[in-house]
Design a binder for this molecule. Structure first.
Ligand SMILES: [Zn+2]
Ligand SMILES: [Zn+2]
Length: 172
């Protein structure tokens, strides 16, 4: 769904979408949408600005991404309000010359004559994915010796001492 400046100049544009997996390219093959994404809200052109678009609403989606410890899919539920502002791309260059205040630092930019909803949703979802994610709090991870998933089977491996591990790193 595309919000064009021309339409936004006339009225606020409500939206409600149900997107199956594959509709949004998350630019990261490890990050997968699990089930439909639901988003609803409204886009509007902010008056007395140089064409800033505010888009706000609610998004609900399940994402799968590999667990940091065992690499099995860890699921991430996003069920959250969002409220984002986008300025025309020309503003990005002029903004570099002035001190950015907090609000501007959080602002995104759009090229051309409008904003694509899928781009907004992708950006918001990527921001919601934490740096560290585990499939469950007590995930035991992968055995560094045999490479087995220690959640599914306990192995008999003995961990090398800390000194050995440093030696292994140096060999990489
Ligand atoms: Zn795990
Ligand atoms: Zn092992």
């Amino acid at each position: 769904m595309f919000f064009s400046i021309r339409d936004l100049e006339l009225r606020k544009l409500p939206f409600e979408v149900e997107l199956p997996p594959g509709q949004i390219d998350f630019l990261d093959p490890e990050l997968k949408q699990n089930g439909n994404l639901h988003a609803a809200g409204q886009a509007e052109l902010l008056s007395s600005t140089l064409g800033e678009i505010r888009i706000h609403g609610h998004i609900r989606v399940n994402m799968d991404t590999p667990c940091d410890r065992c690499l099995e899919p860890a699921s991430l539920r996003i069920d959250s309000d969002f409220d984002l502002c986008y300025g025309p791309a020309e503003m990005a260059t002029s903004a570099e010359e002035v001190e950015l205040d907090d609000a501007e630092a959080e602002m995104g930019f759009y090229e051309g004559d409008g904003l694509e909803l899928a781009d907004v949703l992708r950006e918001f979802i990527l921001l919601q994915v934490p740096m560290q994610i585990v499939c469950r709090q007590d995930c035991k991870g992968i055995c560094p010796v045999c490479g087995g998933n220690r959640n599914s089977a306990a192995c008999e491996c003995r961990l090398p001492s800390a000194d050995d591990r440093w030696a292994a790193l140096k060999n990489l």
